[in-house]
Design a protein around this ligand. Structure first.
Ligand SMILES: *[C@@H]1O[C@H](CO)[C@@H](O)[C@H](O)[C@H]1NC(C)=O
Ligand SMILES: *[C@@H]1O[C@H](CO)[C@@H](O)[C@H](O)[C@H]1NC(C)=O
Ligand SMILES: *[C@@H]1O[C@H](CO)[C@@H](O)[C@H](O)[C@H]1NC(C)=O
Ligand SMILES: *[C@@H]1O[C@H](CO)[C@@H](O)[C@H](O)[C@H]1NC(C)=O
Ligand SMILES: *[C@@H]1O[C@H](CO)[C@@H](O)[C@H](O)[C@H]1NC(C)=O
Length: 269
């Protein structure tokens, strides 16, 4: 019981720290090259203030004072738009180096933080490629092993399908890539989906599991990507063979009938 007290104390401390200055940090994710709008609640800005600043690290982006025009610092000239009505700023064309904490501070008789944004700039994710690695089949079940591959990561998963549906076996379903994106493999309706996503974008690649259900039985154990054309070739060869055989039988039959007729006619004469 006693051991709870220090823990409780720690929790209280953490809570106090997070809410110090009466603002919570708002996390924002922005795609590289896009803009971000940073706003403050009108109620949080006192009517009579001396100074209002938007800052990033050591830099001041914009300075508002009640009696004169706002000043955009040299570093941000052309990259920042502001509103004198509501003290919002828009930072344009964000790059990785623009990631970090943006703070709005108001000075009256004392200084107060009125808004904080934790901005993370991300590249859109790279494409993901789905490949079917192996297919094994028993009488009424088949196992498909697939791999989802991106530039810096991959994940494999096995699916068991019967003639109606597929299900995902236990094992890896998602992982975080080296670049902090998420790579997932899952089933939606009749498709296996590879999904590569971060907070600003996602890419997908999918494979219809339905194809499998229409698969000719005797082609089951073959490599799926190669197997399809192989099956077509087999079917084509078989069909052509069948046509030749049937034509031959008909041909022979016709010739015999013709011969018989001829013989009968010569007999009559
Ligand atoms: C503040 O003004 C900007 C520019 O006029 C506008 O885009 C934004 O929606 C406004 N924000 C609020 C909270 O009113
Ligand atoms: C498919 O996988 C399941 C579970 O991993 C296994 O029990 C079964 O024998 C496998 N079937 C084939 C045809 O490989
Ligand atoms: C799955 O199938 C249902 C019913 O056909 C359809 O409404 C839904 O949009 C499908 N979901 C996806 C992700 O394709
Ligand atoms: C991929 O994942 C993202 C993030 O979880 C989600 O928003 C998106 O809808 C997913 N796409 C598909 C096709 O499931
Ligand atoms: C499947 O076929 C492709 C293309 O012919 C080949 O590159 C791959 O190695 C084969 N995979 C297996 C598991 O046989």
């Amino acid at each position: 019981m006693m051991s709870f007290i220090p823990v409780l104390g720690l929790l209280v401390c953490i809570k106090v720290q997070v809410f110090a200055g009466s603002t919570a940090v708002t996390p924002v994710f922005v795609q590289k090259g896009h803009d971000v709008l940073l706003e403050v609640r009108k109620d949080d800005v006192p009517e009579k203030f001396v100074l209002f600043l938007w800052t990033f690290r050591e830099d001041v982006l914009v300075t508002f004072t009640p009696k004169s025009e706002p000043i955009v610092s040299e570093r941000y000239t052309g990259r920042v738009e502001f509103s004198v009505e509501n003290y919002s700023v828009k930072v344009k064309n964000l790059q990785e180096t623009d990631s970090g904490l943006y703070t709005a501070q108001v000075t009256t008789n004392k200084q107060r933080t009125v808004a904080e944004y934790s901005v993370t700039v991300q590249d859109p994710v790279s494409p993901v490629v789905l490949t079917v690695d192996s297919v094994s089949r028993s009488t009424n079940l088949c196992n498909l092993t697939v791999t989802c591959r991106t530039q810096d990561s991959h994940i494999s998963s096995t699916f068991t399908c019967d003639t109606q549906t597929c299900s995902q076996e236990e094992g890896e379903r998602s992982k975080v890539t080296a670049s902090g994106a998420s790579l997932q493999v899952y089933l939606v309706n009749d498709s296996i989906i590879c999904n590569h996503s971060n907070q600003v974008s996602w890419t997908k690649n999918q494979e219809q599991t339905k194809i499998w259900n229409f698969w000719p039985r005797n082609c089951g154990s073959e490599n799926l990507s190669a197997g399809f054309s192989y099956c077509l070739v087999k079917t084509a060869v078989f069909s052509v063979g069948l046509i030749i055989m049937v034509s031959a039988v008909i041909g022979v039959h016709l010739m015999e009938t013709f011969k018989k007729k001829n013989q009968e006619e010569t007999k009559k004469q």
